[in-house]
Design a protein around this ligand. Structure first.
Ligand SMILES: *[C@@H]1O[C@H](CO)[C@@H](O)[C@H](O)[C@H]1NC(C)=O
Ligand SMILES: *[C@@H]1O[C@H](CO)[C@@H](O)[C@H](O)[C@H]1NC(C)=O
Length: 599
């Protein structure tokens, strides 16, 4: 669908203190009148059964983001005092408005709405220096976007450090039940009660740390925050849709199962899939999965077990599936670390279903004319002094602020790179002010060797109608890690994933030889649509993206960023942003409230 941004209109109201507010907000061409009766009520829940032919709502939230001491005396970065932050639950076509206030001293933030397409609002994607100026300490930024597609999403701070410290929360878009393709196989879809958002608790706060934190290991996994153990109540005989979210920011795949209960996977990254029966499901950081669980067992309480892998190897979390009427007090007394379950033991060896193995619900007829792009990903030791590296974004604000903190000890550990470069954030938000980006920052994907700097603004230019076939090859000369990538604004079709069974690295030449000899099997019939993918070590994942909307969209390694330089490319599709919008968006560093000036 082509989005006509010229028709998007925003009446901007810049008040004296420089805060921009988007007073009126309308998606392209949609003839919707917004009643704004929610604004004075503060937080307004839009959670309700979604119906046909009713006016969409405006769902208004305020997020105050600040450091808080948690119940266990550990500090976290919280949203309104809590982590995870408020669940955003809305219906398709609702307008979601979130006013974000940054109260983290000396830190810039922005919030990314993970999986949201931002149709008509590409400048609301929440990537600093790509779609917006970062939100400085004391500043407020108002996000507004339309919930265009149903599914399980989440939001998080763009910075891996802030996300790891607690800035994340669920974002679920519901639709009228008859439109849900799998509604016949479950009885209840209560996204408010039946969502599990999984995070990893680090031993110390990462925010503002300038030392090397790459060796830090999470202490534990947590499900729905750190309070009481999460409980999911079911009635015998009925089937429930559960929404699983891996909200971890580092390379921690999580395997989840439920004692004595099978799951039916029905969606991945918000998109429906062919149903698959599973005893174990695996989610990489940023992935979501919807599963159906039927309460077919004897009335009782059953453990939901989440087990970390990768950087979270050895850490776990549990939740409880409780049949109504069952007194679960005794269950709480079981030693959590010593939970023996005879069925469970057998099940662990069963197949683990991951998002990339699934098939999309509808078969595709596929484009033959694709633009092929090779991304060689590996950890490389780079020959520079740490202090010569610009690991920050350069904003027109002074002074420059650390954003991806401290690539210390890069020399020993190396950094994860794409085509031997690290991503350089532009000097101005490129989507809003493309002409002001310094020309010497750029390098085109595939021609990176023309740029001498280690970091450059890696751009892949595309136009509407293009089908990009991107081979992400985790070459594996410099590391044994898998990497998780997230595509902003788009779903990708995952047409191939492979890991070299011989455990040997793959070079670009090896990949091209495999491809030329027809050794790469592509699923062009029903590849799953995903916005978050894993690229196995000494292996590859090949995706196709059908470009149908303008914008500047990151394809980024989310899990590479701990004490490293950014690994990402920017897919740039021409998009004019109306001057009224540009003028309404806050300027970088232009606004400092009085209490900041006094500091
Ligand atoms: C549940 O069981 C505990 C002991 O295991 C008991 O103390 C408690 O009263 C029970 N609660 C109910 C509601 O029966
Ligand atoms: C990767 O694994 C191999 C085999 O286990 C080992 O020899 C090698 O040192 C590892 N490489 C890195 C970078 O850890």
């Amino acid at each position: 669908m082509r989005v006509i941004v010229c028709c998007l209109f925003i009446i901007a109201n810049i008040s004296n203190n420089g805060k921009a507010s988007l007073e009126s907000f309308a998606p392209s061409g949609a003839n919707i009148l917004f009643e704004d009766n929610t604004k004075n009520l503060g937080q307004v829940s839009c959670y309700r059964p979604c119906k046909f032919n009713v006016k969409p709502k405006r769902c208004y939230y305020t997020f105050k983001i600040e450091p808080t001491i948690q119940a266990d005396d550990r500090p976290a970065i919280t949203i309104n005092g809590k982590t995870p932050g408020p669940p955003i639950q809305a219906c398709v076509n609702d307008i979601i408005i979130v006013e974000v206030e940054n109260r983290i001293l000396d830190q810039d933030i922005s919030i990314h709405w993970h999986g949201i397409e931002q149709k008509g609002t590409p400048f609301m994607d929440g990537v600093p220096m790509v779609t917006q100026c970062p939100i400085g300490y004391g500043q407020t930024f108002k996000y507004a976007f339309v919930a265009t597609s149903p599914g399980t999403f989440f939001y998080h701070a763009d910075s891996v450090y802030h996300q790891s410290d607690g800035v994340y929360g669920p974002l679920i878009i519901n639709q009228p039940q008859p439109l849900e393709p799998h509604s016949s196989i479950y009885d209840y879809d209560r996204s408010k009660e039946n969502t599990l958002i999984i995070a990893a608790k680090m031993p110390e706060l990462l925010t503002a740390k300038l030392e090397d934190v790459s060796k830090l290991k999470p202490d534990e996994l947590i499900i729905n925050g750190d309070g009481d153990i999460s409980k999911f109540f079911v009635m015998a005989g009925f089937a429930y849709r559960l929404r699983l979210i891996n909200a971890i920011a580092i390379e921690c795949p999580v395997v989840l199962n439920i004692d004595n209960h099978e799951m039916i996977v029905i969606a991945s990254d918000g998109k429906p899939t062919k149903p698959v029966l599973a005893r174990n499901v695996e989610l990489y950081p940023g992935e979501r999965m919807d599963v159906v669980v039927r309460a077919t067992q004897e009335s009782g309480g059953y453990w939901v077990r989440a087990r970390g892998n990768g950087a979270c190897a050895g850490v776990t979390a549990n939740a409880m599936l409780i049949y109504s009427g069952f007194n679960y007090t005794s269950m709480l007394q079981e030693n959590q670390n010593d939970l023996e379950d005879p069925h469970h033991a057998n099940w662990e060896s069963d197949l683990v279903v991951g998002g990339q193995m699934l098939e999309s619900l509808q078969d595709q007829s596929h484009a033959t004319d694709v633009k092929s792009v090779y991304l060689g990903i590996d950890r490389n030791v780079i020959k520079v002094k740490d202090d010569e590296i610009d690991f920050r974004y350069i904003s027109d604000a002074i002074p420059k602020k650390p954003y991806f903190p401290a690539p210390l000890a890069l020399k020993e550990n190396g950094v994860v790179q794409i085509n031997h470069k690290n991503f350089l954030y532009p000097n101005v938000p490129i989507m809003v002010k493309p002409k002001e980006v310094r020309a010497d920052m750029f390098c085109n994907v595939g021609e990176e060797d023309k740029q001498v700097e280690i970091q450059c603004l890696q751009v892949l230019d595309a136009v509407e109608g293009d089908v990009l076939e991107i081979a992400l090859v985790n070459e594996g000369f410099g590391s044994n890690d898998s990497y998780t990538f997230h595509m902003h604004g788009y779903s990708m079709q995952v047409i191939a994933t492979w890991q070299n069974p011989k455990d040997k690295p793959i070079s670009k030449e090896d990949f091209h030889t495999l491809n030329k000899n027809g050794k790469i099997l592509r699923n062009l019939q029903n590849p799953p649509f995903k916005d978050t993918i894993t690229v196995p070590n000494k292996g590859y994942t090949i995706v196709r993206i059908k470009i149908d909307r303008g914008g500047s969209w990151l394809l980024e390694c989310r899990s590479c960023a701990l004490s490293s330089l950014p690994a990402a490319i920017l897919i740039r599709v021409p998009q004019a942003i109306p001057k009224s919008v540009v003028d309404s968006l806050p300027k970088c560093g232009s606004y400092r409230p009085p209490d900041v000036l006094l500091n």
